[in-house]
Ligand binder design. Sequence first.
Ligand code: SF4
Ligand code: SF4
Length: 437
Amino acid sequence: MFKSFRGGIHPQDQKQYSRDKAIETMPVPAKLVLPLRQHIGAPAEAIVAVGEQVKKGQCIAKSTGFVSSPVHAPTSGKIAAIAVQPHPVFGTSMAIVLEADGEDAWQEGVLVERDWRSLSNSDLLEIIRNAGIVGLGGAAFPTHVKLNPPPDKKIDTLIINGAECEPYLTADHRVMLEWPDKMIEGIEIALKLLGLNEAVIGIEKNKADAVAFLEKKCQGKPIKVAALETKYPQGAEKMLIRAITGREVPSGGLPADVGVIVQNVGTLAAVSDAVSHGKPLIERVVTVSGGLVKEPKNILVRLGTSFAQAVEWCGGLTGKAAKIVMGGPMMGMAQAGLEVPIVKGTSGILALAKSDIGGGKERGCIRCGRCVEVCPMGLAPYLFAIWGQRDNVEAAVKEGHLLDCAECGSCVYVCPAKRNLVHYIKLLKAKNAAKRK
Ligand code: SF4
Ligand code: SF4
């Protein structure tokens, strides 16, 4: 019996395109675009000037608050511009444009070898913060904040998210298979910071090789592996916590409210790189896939590389894409084109054909109740369409628990009437946020 949660759906996982492709390092492109907003929280502030020469690993934008994160030069070169540029999440954002000089030369003193066991917790948190590490699963929440929960939250469980439940994505799968030592060291650092003795890695059973491999690798270490049912959205934090601990995060609450911190596998590998080797977050693993990508791959790519350059490195497209997505097809962000930069939260780039995305004309609700059956948050999704059409934000929030919706899209996936329920949910949330402001 595999661990799981109530509700959820079983879309085709489509991981066959790239699951067996080892991580390939992509060459540094001639131009990198580095948005100052790469994380949840306050945007970073540029500390370089146009025309300045910078080295790889040099901090080029400083964080501007506790919930904020700095940005580092992914290669050496010249600052060509600081200007508004396309952004895969926000449409546009201020960004630093870096012209690579081809030397790829590290800034002196950045790379250092350190023994994390000899460092204090405040030193470790400072290193993680200064390295610009944020959640690489897609949420991009600054890691130093997550690993330093408020004192009134009693944390007793660290869960490592290796579920990777979104179709097509295989970057985390490859990290678990290819970088286990870095990931395990990152877990041990997180355990020290949280004062815990054991962590659990949750992995969906469609990655049976990673489950078996890590069970062996973690023998004798304070780390257990939990095989999870393959079901979407198994990797959403609240579902993962339910599956592994049986605990329910309360309505409007956070994982820390039930004593849990969740960290993504790639994030912990980045923590190890930063703490033990001084390496800031300047690159990440991205899955480039979808029915239209000629040669789907998992690539290690410098931040600021454009989607177009990454797709080109994977052989280009075989036809006109019906949809370009950053992240997975269920919760990812649709893109207007490929001229956007890879940011810290870019777990995947998908180029999908019409046949990959289904669709159809939206019709009236037939009250079949399927959306209610699959909603992992126990909500009644069909009501959001009604409240959305009537502009009844108050009822959606108070009676429908709108803010608990994870926007997972499971309700849309099963709806026979093709109701775009997430559209109404997003609209209601935006109106609620505007009202509160
Ligand atoms: S209502 Fe929200 S949480 Fe529930 S299935 Fe729909 S998108 Fe997911
Ligand atoms: S699944 Fe679609 S048709 Fe069925 S109740 Fe929900 S919104 Fe209505």
